[in-house]
Design a protein around this ligand. Structure first.
Ligand code: SF4
Ligand code: SF4
Ligand code: SF4
Length: 272
């Protein structure tokens, strides 16, 4: 039974957050929201332990669709970065701000970029494309993410400074248009660079939060040098060009790891 400790711990952590937020915010939504995500993540870990090869995709679809369709389209909550700035500026510590705090700002100190591997609704679609392993070397285009990050911030700040009315409606429209732009750009880049995750590597503004925080991540893939035979298979299957054979935090593209576990699954010596 010991091997099932991890999904139980994950569920317990999410339930603790769910109950704490439910009681402190006096809002039943938080109990439902974090319980659902906790059950989805725990199910994924359980399926991974059972060696089900699509375990990650199951979690990605369960959480990604819930966020995009239920929270975004049905509840009209802008869960993109503009939504985060919007709720932050209005001083409301609600769904989008809590979501960013847990999944993208402080959470990565524990689970790194697990969000990117298991929950993001943009990557949920991009991961269906044919280039699961990049077919071209990585480009030096990471600077673009700072432009998209600044553009989102300037867009929301301008709305506030201009005292534009009906901001809720505008934010919902921005959510729809933003998502369409992300998907179209992500798909074009994936085919242009023959790399499903090109959007994540060069464009996504959320990585401005994710990368520095995940540098200190508690959960990391580590290499047992005694077992490793330097065959290089792990690096060939990594979608994010990480050098996981280097155990230092300064490993090449270390803050890009999405904890997909492809390297771990493919290591012939069980060194990872
Ligand atoms: S980098 Fe951005 S688009 Fe890619 S998975 Fe992470 S949050 Fe989603
Ligand atoms: S796949 Fe395993 S054995 Fe091969 S280089 Fe990577 S860690 Fe070492
Ligand atoms: S293959 Fe390994 S190092 Fe690369 S992103 Fe997945 S878990 Fe991280």
């Amino acid at each position: 039974m010991k091997k099932y400790a991890m999904p139980v711990i994950m569920l317990a952590v999410f339930e603790t957050v769910a109950i704490a937020l439910w009681l402190t915010k006096d809002n039943l939504f938080y109990l439902f929201n974090f319980s659902y995500i906790g059950i989805s993540v725990s199910l994924g870990v359980f399926l991974f332990i059972k060696k089900y090869r699509h375990a990650r995709r199951v979690v990605q679809l369960l959480v990604g669709l819930y966020m995009l369709v239920y929270l975004g389209l049905i509840c009209n909550e802008n869960m993109q970065i503009e939504g985060f700035w919007y709720y932050l500026f209005t001083g409301v510590f609600e769904a989008a701000t809590i979501h960013y705090a847990v999944a993208k700002i402080f959470g990565p100190l524990i689970f790194g970029r697990g969000w990117c591997g298991y929950a993001c609704w943009t990557a949920m679609v991009l991961d269906f494309l044919p280039y699961k392993v990049p077919k071209q070397p990585r480009k030096r285009l990471g600077w673009i993410r700072y432009i998209t990050f600044a553009a989102a911030l300037i867009f929301v700040a301008a709305l506030f400074l201009a005292h534009v009315g009906n901001l809720e409606r505008i934010m919902f429209r921005a959510f729809i248009i933003g998502n369409i732009l992300y998907y179209v750009t992500g798909i074009i880049l994936a085919f242009a660079f023959r790399d499903n995750r090109a959007f994540c590597k060069y464009i996504c503004p959320i990585t401005v939060f994710l990368k520095p925080m995940s540098y200190y991540s508690l959960f990391r893939v580590k290499c047992d040098k005694e077992k490793c035979i330097s065959c290089g298979k792990c690096r060939r299957v990594c979608p994010m060009n990480v050098d996981m054979t280097d155990n230092s935090r300064k490993r090449e593209n270390g803050t890009e790891c999405i904890l997909c576990m492809e390297c771990v699954k493919n290591c012939p010596k069980g060194a990872l």
